[in-house]
Ligand binder design. Structure first.
Ligand code: CAA
Length: 258
């Protein structure tokens, strides 16, 4: 892969979009490579969390590649949007938690990429936004939907209609990012969160993710039923027995993901 790096660090994978000369903009090749990295991660049963970040000092991802989109016809734009949606949906569907380490500009498709992750942390110098209307288009990789679900309709509309960037502090204030860290501490913080998650019961964590994600699109009654079913099914795992036995025996649990 030329523009995407996949590094394994114990139970944690770090995917880095590595095209700093174009502020890590997502062209078709980058999207294909990102999809390849996500597929590899999806097939690695030893992984417990994934961190996504951008190479260089300046950007997480500054959006879809504007140069590549300039000549798109309507049909080509639809294919590109379908590709972006497919890749981000595959990221969102990973069984393990995903963490966006937003180390700089996260704009347009870059903000949408972060929104497809479970947790978003940002460096103090990060700038986030969905500036597509400045190019006379709209977010095309799920931004109108995921941003709205995360920060609410009115904030999403404000960001999408104005196209203005916001700084990390404002992004935290509106609930777009969870925490703001000094740039030098961002990745370390994300690794620490990933490490904590990696110590928990892996099947429980992935079931929690599944129930939260699927439940969000269901009526409350059905979503609660989904939770009850998953809760009960976890009592069929060896990890549940180990977790509760370890508590009773006052020792640390050793989970195997089974
Ligand atoms: N696509 C392609 N190239 C990009 C890019 C993008 N989204 N963003 C930055 N670049 C390139 C620039 O063209 C420039 O390349 P050259 O050195 O070859 O000229 C290089 O990255 C550095 O960028 P700047 O010189 O512009 O850096 P800056 O510090 O002056 O400005 C910036 C930084 C404010 C992020 C500015 O680059 C910018 O506004 N970028 C575009 C942001 C944007 O509009 N993103 C949304 C894209 S549309 C989209 O994403 C659709 C969708 O939903 C799928």
């Amino acid at each position: 892969m030329d523009f995407v790096r996949l590094e394994l660090d114990g139970a944690v994978a770090v995917i880095t979009i590595d095209r700093p000369k174009a502020l890590n903009a997502l062209n078709q090749q980058v999207l294909r490579e990102l999809e390849e990295a996500i597929t590899r991660v999806a097939h690695d049963g030893a992984l417990r969390a994934v961190i996504l970040t951008g190479a260089g000092e300046k950007a997480f991802v500054a959006g879809a590649d504007i140069g590549e989109m300039t000549q798109y016809t309507t049909a080509q734009a639809l294919i590109f949007a379908q590709m972006g949606h497919r890749v981000l949906a595959s990221l969102e569907a990973l069984q393990v938690p995903t963490i966006a380490a937003v180390n700089g500009f996260a704009l347009g498709g870059g903000c949408e990429l972060a929104l497809a992750c479970d947790l978003i942390y940002a460096s103090e110098k990060a700038k986030l936004g969905v500036p597509e209307v400045t190019l006379a288009v709209i977010p095309g990789f799920g931004g109108t939907q995921r941003l709205t679900r995360l920060v609410g309709k009115a904030r999403a509309k404000e960001l999408i209609f104005t196209g203005e960037m916001i700084d990390a502090a404002k992004a935290k204030e509106i609930g777009l990012v969870l925490e703001v860290l000094p740039a030098a501490e961002l990745l370390g913080h994300c690794r620490k969160v990933a490490g904590t998650i990696a110590k928990r019961g892996p099947v429980a964590v992935s079931q929690a993710k599944r129930v939260i994600e699927h439940g969000a699109d269901l009526p409350l009654k059905d979503a609660n039923e989904l939770e009850r079913q998953a809760f009960a099914l976890l009592f069929g795992t060896a990890d549940q027995r180990e977790g509760m036995k370890a508590f009773v025996e006052k020792r640390a649990a050793e989970f195997k993901g089974t």
